[in-house]
Design a protein. Structure first.
Length: 254
């Protein structure tokens, strides 16, 4: 039972959408060749910056943390998760069912006081991304320096409510117990990586050039936006989960 459940978790990933819509072909849409620009300058005039941070130092740790990224300054900050949580005990007598099997909720805790940084744009729970009220579009473009603005005539995706794995300490106990976080994540930005086999993760590559990752567009309510291109998801030793991406951040027009 434990080995099958463990394999299911590794293959299905670390979050489950509370509500899922139909799949669409928005990623096959080609951005308008003459996109608008909302910032003071177009992104092709800005230098490419690189952001790098560890999201998991040791296996099975870090599920109760978020790494927040300020794209304007390049600063990152790790914070404890303060969302509401529930623990599910899996077994054949479970009255509810999720992607891993039948379960009963044995414990719940309310949300704590918000502790996010005063200013942030993107956050990661291991590899699961969340935006600060932003919307995302995954393009098939691969050259950050050739992009002159936001694409038009594309489908933008906002964050959705999700259940994120928050406590793996009961994974190998009898009966199996897993803690979940009632949080948020962005399904479009989540496409930056994919899983293959037993817990193996890889960066998604573009269709136009399989040797390069696609550029993700993020736009925010204040008119600012960012271009992000993922480079790696492990550190040089291959043991720590470390996210590295190149990006450009365009400030909102004053």
């Amino acid at each position: 039972m434990k080995s099958k459940l463990f394999a299911a978790i590794l293959c299905l990933g670390m979050f489950m959408l509370v509500s899922c819509g139909d799949d669409d072909d928005s990623n096959n849409k080609k951005p308008d060749p003459n996109p608008g620009t909302e910032g003071n300058v177009t992104p092709d005039k800005l230098p490419v910056k690189t952001c790098k941070f560890v999201v998991q130092g040791r296996k099975f740790e870090g599920y109760d943390k978020w790494v927040y990224v300020n794209l304007e300054t390049g600063e990152t900050e790790t914070k404890d998760d303060v969302n509401a949580k529930q623990w599910r005990q899996y077994g054949p007598d479970g009255t509810e069912t999720d992607g891993f099997g039948k379960y009963n909720v044995i414990k719940e805790t309310p949300a704590g006081e918000p502790n996010a940084p005063a200013k942030w744009h993107l956050a990661f729970h291991i590899y699961e991304p969340m935006t600060n009220g932003g919307e995302v579009f995954m393009s098939d473009l691969t050259d950050l320096n050739s992009i002159k603005g936001l694409p038009e005539n594309v489908t933008w995706v906002a964050d959705k409510k999700v259940w994120l794995i928050g406590d793996m300490t009961g994974m190998m106990t009898t009966p199996t117990t897993i803690g979940y976080i009632a949080g948020w994540a962005n399904p479009e930005m989540y496409k930056w990586h994919y899983k293959k086999g037993m817990g193996e993760y890889f960066i998604t590559m573009s269709k136009s050039d399989p040797s390069k990752a696609p550029v993700f567009f993020m736009k925010f309510k204040d008119g600012s936006y960012a271009l992000i291109q993922y480079k790696s998801m492990l550190d040089e030793t291959g043991k720590k989960k470390e996210i590295t991406f190149d990006y450009k951040f365009v400030k909102a027009k004053k």
